[in-house]
Design a protein around this ligand. Sequence first.
Ligand code: G1P
Length: 290
Amino acid sequence: MKIKKAVFPVAGLGTRFIPATKAMAKEMLPVVDKPIIQYAVEEAFAAGIEQIIFVTGRGKKALEDHFDRSFEIEHTLKEKGKDDLLKQIQELVPVTGTIVYTRQNQPLGLGHAIWCARDIVGDEPFAVLLADDLIQTDTPVLSEMVKKFDRLRASIAAVMEVDKDQTDKYGILDAQLVEEDIVKINDMVEKPNPEEAPSNLAIIGRYILTPRIFDFLGAKQKGAGGEIQLTDAMRSLLKEQPIFGYKFKGKRFDCGDKVGFQMANLAFALERPDMKNKLLNFIKEIQREM
Ligand code: G1P
């Protein structure tokens, strides 16, 4: 069955980036010159997704405006003959009707945010993308996962190894390698202390899930941090259906974290031929001075 829908939980307040996020959605923070959210939306469309479902909250209007036409800017760019920029802003606007918005009206956790999209998703497998997890890779992660899903016919999450002392930031797996880049999950736990973690293999924010997950999310059981956790619902799903992990190739940046966000900016800027040399020279210069 084709994966047509992708859920983007984007209701978070972004308190870690205050004051930048006081009046602005954290998903709109730019990595180089593109808002964080746009990377994930482009990744979803590249993977064949036809409908984007944003689970938003208060203060997220900029997200809606970003993916809508801006006649004023288009008009100005046209008048000034800035055709390249005009093309760019026109291309980033998806065909009308392909993005839908629903609200999470209480901050009850990631699992709850996804549950808010249940009626829009309906009874079909779907993708979830956490835009904070920005992945630099030649083969977009979600496209690979769609292919794996086609073959494995089961839920799948992106996974990577993290430092052992970082397990309390992630969903952590007890899993075994079954193919070169696929693990079969036996169990999982949300944000365990390093002493209790079953491994250092962590879930990263890309998922393809079967719709049965909504039944478990609907039970609204609170887990780590007093929140309704997706990991806990997946753990219940695991008792009925297999779930796999995809060990993606590439560099992942946690853009929900200040250092991770700066690293993402640097890594993505270094990919730009017009910025690369200037930045490298600057890095060498400041390294000499340190
Ligand atoms: C969420 C999930 C967690 C996962 C992580 C990946 O946590 O709950 O299982 O490992 O995303 O980034 P959050 O970062 O929202 O706290």
